[in-house]
Design a protein. Structure first.
Length: 307
């Protein structure tokens, strides 16, 4: 029986990972929530991991308050400690215990070098779009501080790859699904929009920022399949099929929920935020079987959780 350690077990993804692996008889699931493991004190988790000696470590903990990280220096320091320094320690201890490390990352490591309106990057943008988005080995260029921390966290894992660290870096984007029980578990775009609807005849939604939505149960399932299939170690992109902008997502949500409300498409500048968002951060999947459309996944989410 394999020991699998899931960090962030009560988060949005962590909860789905626990559910996914707990249904299998050949895994012993060790689930640590935010109270049981504090990545701001990595030495403590390192000592725990050395005692446990898990076969697999999945790090589903990450700082993702994008705007706070951009605007407040103290928040950036916390983001760095969780997304970079703690990952460094996890990679080092995984090497010592001969564990497989699964580290979650983001589409926000891309997008800073792509601007459709900029002639200098137009040709590069067209090449990326032609292959379906940023491939797993594409040049990273984050546009905000959060993206920088995720890129640097990847680097801490990659630094040990030549020392035979067994790792998977999983990049994903726009996650949605059942909300975790952790107080810090963020609401998805769809949950936020549904809360904004009551009493309104019109709602403004950004009609930019093309990327891919990812249903967390589908994400957890494909992570399990990567591990069970013993896929080659490296970087993988997991997201549901069909890229979409926020405006299209809201429209599909209202159609499924049979909500009659006018959507006013607006530019990103209509909602000023401290951190810039990529105009284009579509993840091309070149290594895995494609997941179902996000629309199909959203329909399942609505039926099972939002009736």
């Amino acid at each position: 029986m394999k020991k699998i350690l899931i960090l962030g077990s009560t988060g949005n993804l962590g909860g789905q990972l626990v559910k996914e692996f707990s249904n299998l008889s050949d895994y012993q699931v060790l689930a640590y929530n935010y109270k049981e493991v504090n990545l701001l004190e990595p030495n403590l988790i390192v000592s725990k991991i050395k005692k446990i000696k898990p076969d697999i470590i999945i790090n589903a903990i990450g700082y993702n308050a994008v705007d706070k990280c951009e605007e407040i220096e103290e928040e950036f320091e916390v983001a760095y400690k969780i997304n970079v320094r703690a990952v460094k320690y996890l990679a080092q201890v995984a090497l010592v215990t001969n564990s497989i490390l699964v580290q979650m990352s983001s589409d926000y490591v891309f997008g800073g070098n792509i601007c459709q309106e900029n002639n200098d990057s137009r040709e590069e943008f067209l090449k990326i779009k032609e292959v379906g988005g940023f491939t797993e080995n594409a040049k990273r260029c984050p546009i905000n501080k959060y993206g920088q921390t995720k890129m640097l966290g990847e680097d801490e894992v990659l630094k040990l790859s030549d020392k035979k660290l067994k790792y998977y870096i999983i990049r994903t984007s726009k996650p949605f699904g059942p909300q975790g029980t952790s107080p810090s578990a963020k609401e998805s775009f769809f949950d936020q929009i549904l809360k904004m609807v009551p009493g309104k005849k019109e709602i403004s939604v950004v009609n930019e920022e093309l990327s891919c939505f990812t249903y967390t149960p589908d994400l957890a399932r494909q992570i399990r399949e990567i591990l069970e299939d013993s896929r080659e170690f490296g970087i993988y992109h997991i997201r549901n099929s069909e890229p979409a902008i926020w405006c299209d997502a809201a429209s599909e949500l209202f159609k499924l929920k049979k909500i009659s409300i006018k959507i006013k498409p607006v530019l990103s500048e209509s909602f000023p935020r401290p951190a810039k968002r990529p105009k284009y951060s579509v993840l091309a999947n070149t290594k895995l079987p494609p997941l179902r459309s996000w629309k199909e996944a959203l329909k399942e989410y609505i039926i099972n959780y939002k009736q």
